[in-house]
Design a protein around this ligand. Structure first.
Ligand SMILES: C[S@@+](CC[C@H](N)C(=O)[O-])C[C@H]1O[C@@H](n2cnc3c(N)ncnc32)[C@H](O)[C@@H]1O
Length: 199
C-alpha cells in the first residue's frame, strides 16, 4: 500500500510488485486536470466500456473518461503520478484504477480486454503490438505524441521518443483510421494524433 496520512488509500488488489489502488483522501495541492483536447474532440468516436490509459501521468485523461462514464484503468511508472491521479479522481468524484508499473519491464497489457486504449505523450514502440492485442474487436485506440519536428521547439529531442512523419498512421495501418492529424500546432508543438478502430 502507498504510504498515507490517516484514511488514505484502499488497496484493491496486489499483483506482485504492482498495486491497483483506489483513492479516498482530500489534499490541497493542485493537479493539472485539463484533458487532452484531441481526446475531448473525439469522445463521440469511442465505444462505451473499459479503458486502459498507458503512461497515465497524473490522470487528466483517465479522470475525464471516468467522468464521461467509462470504466478506467491506467498505469504509470511514477508512484507520485499515480497517487496524484487517484487524488484527481477523488476530487472529481469518480473511481479509477491506477497501477504503478514499468511498461518497459516485461509489462503485459491484458489481451482482448479493452474497448478503448489511450496513450498520450509517451512513445514506446515495443508496446504497439500489445496495445492492439489489448483491444477487443471494434475497440478504439487514441494515441497522440510528438513527431520529429518537435526537436526544434524543445523536449523531447531524443529521436527514440519522437515519431517519424506518418509513423503513427503506419503503426495502425491494420486498423480503420477514424481521425488522423499530424503537424506543427500553434507554432509551439509538433504532434501526431490518431483515433483508430480494431477491425
Ligand atoms: C509526458 S507524461 C504524459 C502523461 C499523460 N499521458 C498525459 O498526457 O497527461 C509521460 C508519462 O510517462 C510515464 N512513463 C515514463 N516511462 C515510463 C515507463 N517505462 N513505464 C510507465 N510509465 C512511464 C511518466 O512517468 C509520465 O507520467
Amino acid at each position: 500500500m502507498i504510504g498515507c496520512k490517516g484514511e488514505r488509500f484502499v488497496v484493491e488488489r496486489h499483483l506482485k510488485d504492482r498495486h491497483f489502488l483506489m483513492s479516498n483522501t482530500p489534499r490541497i495541492r493542485k493537479i493539472s486536470s485539463r484533458p487532452a483536447q484531441f481526446l475531448v474532440d473525439n469522445i463521440k468516436l469511442l465505444p462505451e466500456g473499459r479503458v486502459f490509459d498507458v503512461a497515465m501521468g497524473t490522470g487528466r485523461n483517465a479522470v475525464y473518461l471516468a467522468k464521461m462514464g467509462f470504466n478506467v484503468e491506467g498505469v504509470d511508472i511514477s508512484s507520485k503520478a499515480v497517487s496524484d491521479a487517484l487524488e484527481l479522481a477523488l476530487k472529481a468524484g469518480v473511481a479509477i484504477r491506477a497501477e504503478t508499473a514499468d511498461l518497459e519491464a516485461q509489462y503485459n497489457i491484458k489481451r482482448n480486454s479493452y474497448d478503448v486504449i489511450i496513450c498520450f505523450y509517451y512513445l514506446q514502440r515495443s508496446l504497439i503490438a500489445q496495445i492492439k492485442d489489448g483491444l477487443k474487436e471494434g475497440g478504439v485506440v487514441v494515441y497522440e505524441t510528438y513527431i520529429v519536428d518537435q526537436a526544434k521547439f524543445g523536449r523531447p529531442k531524443n529521436s527514440n521518443y519522437l515519431l517519424g512523419h506518418n509513423e503513427l498512421l503506419d503503426m495502425f495501418r491494420d486498423f480503420r483510421c477514424l481521425h488522423y492529424s499530424e503537424g506543427i500546432m500553434e507554432d509551439r508543438k509538433a504532434i501526431a494524433s490518431i483515433v483508430a478502430e480494431k477491425v
